[in-house]
Write a protein that binds this ligand. Sequence first.
Ligand code: B1H
Length: 819
Amino acid sequence: MPASNPLANEGAEFRAEIDRKLLTEVAAEPVTANTKELYKALSLLVREQLAQRWVKTQVEDRKAKARRIYYMSMEFLVGRALNNALSALDLRDTADAAFSAVGGPALTDVLECEPDAALGNGGLGRLAACFLDSMATLELPSWGYGMRYEYGMFAQSIINGAQVEHPDSWLVDGTPWEFPRPGTVFPVRFGGSAEHCGEWAEWNAAEAVEARAYDYVIPGHGTERVSTLRLWKAGAPAQIDLNAFNSGDYARAAEFKNRFENISWVLYPNDSTPAGRELRLRQEYFFVSASLQDILFHHLEEHGHLNNLADQIAIHLNDTHPAISVAELMRLLCDDYGMLWSQAWSQCKRIFSYTNHTLMPEALETWAVGLMQYLLPRHMRIIYRINQEFLNEVSQRFPGDIDLIRRISLIDDADGNPDNKRVRMAHLSIVGSHRINGVSQLHSDLMVQTIFADFARLYPDRFHNKTNGVTPRRWVAQANPNLATLLDRRLGKEWRLDLDRLKGLRAAADDPEFRNEFAAAKHVNKLRLADYVKRETGIILNPHCLFDVQVKRIHEYKRQLLNVLHVITRYNALLHGVDEDATPRCVIFAGKAASSYYMAKQIIHLIHDVATTINGDPRVKDRLKVVFIPNYGVSLAEMIIPAANLSEQISTAGTEASGTGNMKFALNGALTIGTEDGANIEIRDNVGAENIFIFGNSTPQVAALRTSGYDPRAIYQNDPALNETLNRIDGGFFSPNERKRYHDLFNALVNYGDHYMLLADYADYIATQRRVDALYATPDEWQRRAILNVAGMGAFSADRTIREYAIDTWGMEQLLKPI
Ligand code: B1H
């Protein structure tokens, strides 16, 4: 490159700074530095700028006495930080130049050696990470609060077709992204008893853990402002273990230390079912208490009193996992700061808001009163008092409606046995909040018609919808640079901060040249994925085939098994010579099953067995391939999603609250095959019904089937293609060494009621897949529709969602800048 090229000059200067970091911080020789060393040096360089932005943001916010939003979540699935930080700092091109000018590892290799921060299970955790990105980008004074798990989401490997879990020790090499705050330590107490003391109760706790703060700077895009993600690590109180230590009893000292520190050791690998474990409740209370103490401390520092607390702060509860916040804030305000109950309670309701993320009854979090009493005796009393006042209010409005009282009580007393009483965390969240929302229009509607119908009648103004969104920075600009470049050329770069500009792409759908470029970008992404799949699994994918992708947590309601039924049906047709000219497909799966979820693990095993059979059958040739990509996570999603042609969003209608993967796929130019569920419906409204493949029973039809008596066995007997498919699974065709391996899966569908109604949707699914084949066979038309999908996805930016929260929920409208 000629020296006059400004980018080359910047690159050379940047390289010199990286080399300086290598010498002074990494102790590595620049010429021989390996990728890990380069990663560390580059990250440290970037970190310096983030640190400065962080300080500047805090100074501004303190000076302005700005209203703050605190987003409380057990999960933040942030993924990798370096590439995102480079983009936010507008250094990505400079970094590219810094690496391409010299020999040694490529920048992409350096970026890829960063482990994902996988502090979440799935959609709920990733949503929290997208929201932080948007809050920073919209310049809202905002903090995320969560747990600094030593071990995040488990790493998945596949052995003989079955999932095996390994600990995710993402912190073993340390991380350049965290800023420990040794001065920010709060005690969090557990156990003991709560004694009456006048109107009040005094909590004599049995033990105290230290919560230590670690900050992660979340850069905004197109702004120098940042958000903070503050994560808490549990530590044993320093002085207490000295006795055992001094007397040389190191085993006891270690045991003692572990008892405390294990609170922040590991993320519960559950999605959609709360873990009914004492340690989980300890985790929830631990991070809530530390966060609220921190919030009050900062408020007092800034304002000197707490009377204006609700004017100055909003706290958002990401599902019920942080719901104990309601009782903890009451405790802090009343017991620690001497506020009157009534004043504290009215502030509380103005401060909190709550998002529900699932309607599935088994996922609604409750805690045994006995456990709550044992771990948090003071909070149990507070909950009883909140409940008593709440139920009094309701009895006055609806005198004599005992059934209503029983249904809405914060305490579930179902069988009258005091040992079985449970605290309903969703009810606590609703009663303690002024705003409650679902995450798609359908989900919000169903929420007020079903699980929260009584509350919606009591407090109609509290319930709102906030359809989820995703950050276009990570999910297009960084994950799909090929598409991003095309968009930049056609629309300018502003779509990153104003996704509605994608509308401008509509005209391009009819431009043959643009269609070709669009198809070429997709093809490059498919090559990249095929390359990865070959390296990881040995399976060779033909990039000209339709890439049909379902990636998400493995769960019966998401119906990966329905996808497998289609795959087998297709295979059977090929063998029968019926479908000779069906469009060649690669069916791609990825996802983790909760370690204790037997059926989900069976589904993973079946996918592998089916893949082995089909991929190994020479009669199939290239017409059908099946692959399961192990260890799904944020970084893998960033590679898989841009390579997809078809996005599988096939949950039983009424079960997937929103979905956010569905948005990422459509935004990256995949067509959706999906049910009328979650955000699929709004995606259809935005991209046009003619550009999406919707099939299957709708939510009311599912409900009607359930009441009229659903008979899956009859469907199995009457549909020959389905019959053959299910018999192959049950008969051991795919598991010749263990013929009964999938009997439980078969039984669940055919003999035990098929709860998620796969068989009811099977025929329409297969027919719709044929329409997909036909469309893919006309590439121009396929590309046209794919482009129209991208053009229609502007509404699904997390920026739009966060603006809505800021206006309707958090009282921060004044802080929003015009777009
Ligand atoms: C969602 C969860 C969830 N809903 C319990 N509920 C958990 C429940 O560890 N736990 O106990 C963890 C997670 N996650 C998802 O949230 C929904 O299923 C998606 O439809 C939705 O898009 C996502 C974000 O709103």
